[in-house]
Design a protein around this ligand. Structure first.
Ligand code: DC
Length: 203
């Protein structure tokens, strides 16, 4: 069975948590496509040529905790502006989307560009303040030395770059279900996502 769930939205809206929970609930494979851009960004920070890094990306490059730092997120957002880098990462994502047994992909352009045919599309969002507050607590819990004001500035800066870029900007697909998680608990957001995906399954 081929069934693709596309989950898009801005940074720190809860996409990752929702995607993992949806994938686990339905027994589908999950790909966090942000990790592809982060892995390329990390290689660029280490001195690699961006295009070469994208073309030679290996699935094992994605299994690296160092990809979660704000520096790598910033580098990822910068390489993600480049149309050639984006197209070098398309095939990997599309093959993943049509694997047998179902797939959940989360990112910025999954429902609009990578998988416009996805059977279920969700757009997960929340206010910038709410997202910055969550990200700040996450980074603090990891012992990182960051300020709340800096995290909010980073969120706003990344939103701007992700939604204003010429290629595959962050947009709500016309057929996507929007979930605003600002005033929802994780359980409520996950339940809403699962109910929507369920409603899109063939009867
Ligand atoms: O979701 P994330 O924070 O891990 O994403 C890191 C950056 O990668 C983000 O700023 C934009 C980019 N990205 C993208 O352009 N398209 C995707 N499908 C996923 C991420």
């Amino acid at each position: 069975m081929i069934f693709t769930v596309a989950i898009d939205g801005p940074a720190a809206a809860g996409k990752g948590t929702i995607s993992k929970a949806v994938a686990a609930y339905f027994g589908y494979a999950h790909l966090d496509t942000g990790l592809l851009y982060r892995a390329v960004g990390a290689k660029v920070l280490a001195g690699a040529d961006p295009m070469h890094a994208a073309q030679t990306l290996d699935p094992t490059d994605l299994e690296n905790d160092a990809l979660r730092t704000p520096e790598v997120a910033h580098a990822a957002s910068q390489v993600a502006v480049n149309a050639e880098i984006r197209s070098a990462l398309v095939d990997f994502q599309r093959s993943f989307a049509v694997r047998t047994g179902g797939a959940v992909l989360d990112g910025r352009d999954i429902g609009t560009v990578i998988c416009p045919e996805a059977q279920a599309k969700l757009f997960v969002t929340a206010s910038p303040e709410c997202r910055a507050d969550r990200r700040f607590k996450e980074l603090q819990a990891k012992g990182m030395d960051v300020s709340a004001a800096q995290v909010l500035a980073d969120v706003i800066d990344r939103d701007k770059r992700d939604s204003e870029r010429a290629t595959a900007p962050l947009r709500v697909a016309p057929d996507a279900q929007v979930i605003d998680t600002s005033d929802l608990t994780i359980e409520q957001a996950v339940a809403a996502a699962i109910a929507f995906v369920q409603s899109r399954l063939p009867h």
